[in-house]
Each structure stands twice: as structure tokens, then as C-alpha cells.
Design a protein around this ligand. Structure first.
Ligand code: LRH
Ligand code: MN
Length: 403
């Protein structure tokens, strides 16, 4: 007896193929979608006002990997986990990599942390004090070594560096200091490793940030070398910024290295991706779907689940990304190109709206089933009792967090 989902899928597949969509091709790309989860998204996090600890939060990097494996089990497309150093520092990184392998995972991007030590009050790689820059560069090189040990080929860099008052320091001298430090770290990377530079307009710096926007990051990458690319964190844009345009531009420059997916209503809110502006996420995937076959892009989530259940939030985030990608793959490119060429403004716009308005849930459910994952991941996770089980197992000790 066909389930409702299966019947819904059959109706949708027929509708799409009658509309000229290569349904098998779309499903193949959905099966090969990959999203990397952040180890720190499973730990306690909050705002400057309060961190609300949650029961069952992992107490060490191994338990973070166990939770990430649960996300992969239900979604089928999250086989790698980004780590953050020192939050995920362990005595034996080989053991951590082994454990990840035993869970069907691998360690993804390695994120150094140059924003939580007193020495970095006036910056890390941009600090006026050469001794502080030396310390910061040594940490970057330490993370390159950790990358070698865990089999990672991504060094993912974000700098809190900036100033709080006009006149505090020289923009250009800080930029030269950063380039010198990053060039040394770049030189320490094995040929297989890429360096991702993540920009952010403000916070914790409130007058200027040294890597403030895509232009600052792109031009720094061009100075460093071919294996330096830009990372776009969706929360790192001023209100009114057209992020999909930036994505298209970086793709055209061949320097779009990766994403930190999340969503915001105001600033760097780190909310669940697609929870505030799902249409924007769709438009970003419309640009990616067209160009991604020619470039390697690392899709990562970077969120802080301050009040909501963390594993479920991660699973919901991944299903939102699967949905956005599926809708973007349904755009009738021939019709779009025709409308654009003939200046038919609204026909071009409605071609996107048609794809966006398609309920792709039966398609995503079928694809997840085909790759051995859950048709309805959030419900399956809730029914698994995993959250209750780990809350009991992890009752002792302290949940991991940002410090
Ligand atoms: C900075 C940022 C960066 C991380 C941190 C957890 O806002 O987006 O990517 O290192 O969050
Ligand atoms: Mn980020």
C-alpha cells in the first residue's frame, strides 16, 4: 500500500517531468548534496546576557561527534564535522579522527580561535605588538598541523580583529600585518589544504573590522594565493545587503570557498538557516546550483542554538537546506534565459517564483529514503529517544561550551 508520501512524490514527479524537469538529474544532485555541521553547534552557547545550559549537551569533542552522527543518520548528507580549537582540543587527534570514522564521519574544517585570550585585546594577526602576532601565527600553524593529523584539508579563519574608536590604529598597517601572518600560515599548509577567509562587518569590534566585507576578504585572498578563498557567513552582512549578488560575484571570481549557513533578522543572530528569510536562501542556491558543478564549495552550518533543542535544530537546518537546494534545482533555466534575453522582467521573476512555490517535501523525503536516511528526520529523531538517552548518560559533568 503506497504511503501518502509516496503518492505525493509520484504526483510531484509527474508534474515536474511534464514541466520539462529532469527529475532523475535533480535527485542525483540532491543525493550528492553535502552539509558540514559545526561541533560548537552542539555545545552550550548564548549571548552576553546569558548562556542557558541544556541537559544532555555533549561534554567533550567525542560526544559532539556522536550527536553529529545522529544528524547524519537522519538526514544522510552530513558526513563531516567542523572543529574549533581550543574548544575541541584533545590529547590525541588521531584518536578523534578514528572515532569520527567509527561513526561514519570525518573531521572537516579546522577553525583556529584568536578571539578569546587577553593578549588579543587590540587584535591578533593585526595587533601592533609583534609578539602577539607571533603567538597568533603560531596558533594558525598549530591548526594546520591538527588539520594534517585529522585528515582535514580546510583551514577556516575568522578574525575578531578591528578597532572601537576612530584613530585607534592604521587600517593599512593592520592590513599589512595580517597579510604577513597569513602568508606564513599559507606557506605552512600542505598543497592539499585550502585557507578560507571569513569576513564580518562588526562585533566584537564596533568601529571597524579588518576583514569587514567580501572585498576585503577577496583582495586578501588574491594576495595570498590560489588556495585562499572567501567564506560567506550569512549573518555577516549589514541590513539590506544582497547576499546572492555577492555569491554570484565570488563564484565569477572563482574564489567562493564556502559558507557558514544560518539566519538573522537583525545582526549576527546565528539562528536556524531558512528560519527568517527562506526566499533569500533559495536565491543563494539559485546562484550556486548554476555554478557549483565547476567549483568546490564547502557548505557548513554555523549556528548557536541558545534556547532550542540543539540536535533537533541542526536536523531542521539541514532539511531546510535540502528544501532550498531542491527548489533551486527546479528553476526552468531555458525559460529564465529566454525571459532575460527578451527583457521580459516579470516572466523571469515568475520563473523563480514557480520553483520557489513548489512543495518539494515529497521529493526530499524520497531522496533521503534512497540514501538510507529518514523521510521525516525531525519526527524520526524525536521518536528515537536519543535526546532522552544522552540526557541520562551525560547527567554527570559539565556540558561543553564556548570557553
Ligand atoms: C564569528 C563566527 C565564526 C566562528 C564563530 C563561532 O561570528 O561566525 O565563524 O568562529 O562564529
Ligand atoms: Mn561563521
Amino acid at each position: 500500500m503506497e504511503s501518502t508520501n509516496e503518492r505525493a512524490y509520484d504526483v510531484l514527479a509527474e508534474l515536474l517531468s511534464n514541466g520539462g524537469v529532469d527529475v532523475a538529474g535533480v535527485e542525483e544532485r540532491l543525493r550528492s548534496q553535502r552539509v558540514e555541521t559545526p561541533s560548537w553547534g552542539f555545545g552550550n552557547s548564548g549571548t552576553r546576557f546569558k548562556v542557558f545550559p541544556q541537559p544532555g549537551v555533549p561534554r567533550d569533542p567525542f560526544e559532539k561527534l556522536a550527536d553529529a552522527a545522529e544528524v547524519h543518520r537522519h538526514t544522510g548528507i552530513c558526513p563531516s564535522v567542523a572543529i574549533h580549537i581550543p574548544w575541541d582540543r584533545v590529547d590525541d587527534y588521531g584518536e578523534l579522527e578514528q572515532y569520527a570514522g567509527s561513526l561514519g564521519l570525518r573531521i572537516g574544517a579546522v577553525n583556529p580561535n584568536l578571539f578569546q585570550e587577553e593578549d588579543y585585546r587590540l587584535g591578533s594577526v593585526c595587533n601592533p605588538d609583534p609578539a602577539v602576532r607571533r603567538k597568533a601565527t603560531d596558533h594558525l600553524i598549530e591548526c594546520v598541523e591538527i588539520g594534517r593529523e585529522v585528515g582535514s584539508d580546510i583551514l577556516s579563519l575568522w578574525f575578531a580583529d578591528g578597532t572601537n574608536y576612530a584613530g585607534q590604529d592604521s587600517f593599512v598597517e593592520r592590513r599589512a600585518r595580517m597579510q604577513e601572518c597569513l602568508a606564513e600560515a599559507y606557506g605552512a599548509m600542505p598543497e592539499s589544504m585550502r585557507m578560507l577567509l571569513e569576513y564580518k562587518p562588526f562585533e566584537p569590534a564596533f568601529y571597524h573590522s579588518d576583514l569587514s566585507d567580501w572585498g576585503a576578504a577577496l583582495t586578501m585572498c588574491q594576495k595570498l594565493g590560489e588556495r585562499a578563498e572567501v567564506l560567506v557567513d550569512l549573518g555577516h552582512h549589514l541590513q539590506g545587503t544582497n547576499i546572492e549578488h555577492i555569491v554570484a560575484l565570488l563564484l565569477d571570481e572563482g574564489r567562493l570557498g564556502g559558507f557558514h549557513f544560518n539566519n538573522r533578522k537583525y545582526a549576527d543572530d546565528d539562528l536556524i538557516v531558512g528560519s527568517v528569510n527562506p526566499f533569500e536562501l533559495f536565491l543563494i542556491y539559485v546562484e550556486l546550483a548554476e555554478a557549483e558543478e565547476s567549483s568546490r564549495i564547502d557548505y557548513m552550518i554555523d549556528q548557536a542554538h541558545n534556547i532550542e533543542a540543539k540536535i533537533e535544530a541542526m536536523i531542521l537546518s539541514v532539511t531546510n537546506l535540502q528544501g532550498a537546494y531542491a527548489k533551486a534545482l527546479l528553476v526552468n533555466r531555458t525559460k529564465l534565459d529566454e525571459a532575460r534575453r527578451s527583457g521580459d522582467v516579470l516572466s523571469a521573476h515568475r520563473t523563480l517564483l514557480d520553483a520557489y512555490a513548489t512543495d518539494v517535501r515529497p521529493l526530499c523525503a524520497k531522496v533521503r529514503k534512497d540514501i538510507g536516511a529518514s523521510t521525516d528526520p525531525v519526527s524520526a529523531f524525536r521518536q528515537s529517544g536519543y535526546a532522552e538517552r544522552v540526557a541520562n548518560e551525560r547527567a554527570e559533568g559539565v556540558g561543553a561550551g564556548w570557553g
